[in-house]
Write a protein that binds this ligand. Structure first.
Ligand SMILES: *Cc1c(COP(=O)(O)O)cnc(C)c1O
Length: 377
């Protein structure tokens, strides 16, 4: 095991970088040789750790990285990563010099942004741009063909700006009904005609997130933004049967029993004493709580953990730093507790937790706070 920092607590997440590499290698087989895989490592690598994941993905053949924030890109550069990086969110025009100095590619979709940014650029500065087209996501991007054409004309006529790519993002690629996806794709194609007319095709065109890349590899042009499935997770349960290969999950979460005790019938557990023992029960205390991102909602929705290869229910309210489980039998202090991942024959998947919390897989590793150390195995 490799760990970046020493830590002294009994709760940790494990990230299997070999699985990240496997997912990158497998997805590359899905495409033509000249496809560029952009490893999406925003939000600290979906909670897995941006730097180690980025390094693993690059080793496995990814050629580009992307993040949402300028700050996230700088963390990668500080770690010595020299690969191209796209910032997918909007940066402030006044920060453009930082992007230039660190050789970052920036997302642009507003003429005003270009005009303002220009004032902060030095004469010899050159800025790499990925123009974002909103084809129906309604988030960021140029909406009309006119807007796009005006934006491209500004870029085309100014030496300071290099058009590196145009791209869009799909809202429904993870749903079996492809009609909205097709509508967006069609709109993107028609916008690409505008691009070609005004400045010719840029080096890269990209539209695929994980779901699009896995389901429609032939519609990904020459770059593919690999996010959730690089971590081994499904964009949605709906497309499980459409995967071209089996994803390998990278993230697991573990702790240890710090106290084990037998309580008689009628004893209350945790704040509010909402749980009462119904007979002699073995109770284990686990040092993870909502400050670690293990939200209180887990207890009211029937959350369980794995101990000694068996399911043990979380009982009573989850505290800030600790929670209690009902053990099947007496177990020693120090016994491993798995909150996400395999133990024995059983596995608690991120999918299971996401459906318990009525959300999507994406949120689960992201919500495990930075107080939980990540171990790279
Ligand atoms: C997060 C993000 C992705 C990655 O999507 P996944 O579904 O995680 O593969 C791709 N493109 C953009 C613009 C994003 O914001």
């Amino acid at each position: 095991m490799v760990q970046s920092k020493q830590f002294f607590r009994d709760t940790w997440a494990e990230v299997e970088l070999a699985h990240v590499k496997y997912n990158v290698q497998e997805v590359r087989k899905n495409f033509q040789q000249d496809m560029h895989v952009m490893a999406v490592v925003k939000a600290d690598g979906y909670g897995h750790g941006a730097v180690p994941v980025a390094e693993a993905a690059l080793e496995a053949g990814a050629s580009f990285l992307s993040v949402n924030l300028l700050d996230e890109a700088l963390r990668l550069r500080e770690a010595g990563i020299e690969a191209p990086i796209l910032v997918m969110g909007r940066i402030r025009p006044e920060d453009v010099g930082i992007a230039v100095r660190h050789n970052l590619s920036i997302t642009v979709f507003q003429i005003e942004w270009l005009q303002e940014a220009k004032q902060y650029m030095k004469e010899q500065d050159s800025l790499k741009l990925h123009v974002k087209i909103d084809s129906g996501m309604g988030r960021i991007g140029t909406v009309t063909a006119e807007e796009l054409s005006q934006l491209l004309q500004v870029i085309e006529t100014d030496q300071a700006f290099q058009l590196e790519a145009v791209y869009t993002h799909f809202a429904t690629a993870d749903e079996l009904d492809n009609s909205y996806w097709e509508k967006q794709y069609g709109r993107f194609l028609s916008r690409l005609k505008v691009v070609e007319e005004i400045c010719g095709m840029p080096p890269f065109i990209h539209c695929g997130n994980s779901a699009t890349g896995l389901r429609f590899p032939e519609h990904c042009f020459n770059m593919f933004r690999f996010g959730i499935s690089m971590y081994g997770l499904l964009p949605s349960d709906d497309i499980e049967d459409e995967l071209p290969f089996e994803l390998k999950r990278a993230f697991s979460l573990h702790s240890q029993l710090v106290q084990v005790k037998q309580l008689p019938k009628g004893e209350g557990i945790s704040y509010g004493a909402t749980y009462t023992t119904s007979g002699d029960e073995w109770i284990g205390t686990v040092p993870i709580g909502y400050a670690d991102g293990w939200y209180r909602y887990h207890s009211s929705e029937g959350g369980t953990v794995l101990v000694d290869g068996e399911r043990a229910p979380i009982i009573g309210r989850i505290c800030m730093d600790q929670l209690m489980v009902r053990l099947p039998y007496q177990l020693p202090v120090g016994t491993k507790v798995t909150l996400i991942g395999k133990q024995g024959e059983d596995e608690i998947t991120i999918q299971e937790i996401a459906s318990r919390l009525k959300t999507i897989s994406y949120e689960i590793p992201c919500m495990i706070s930075s107080r939980v150390p990540r171990l790279y195995v």
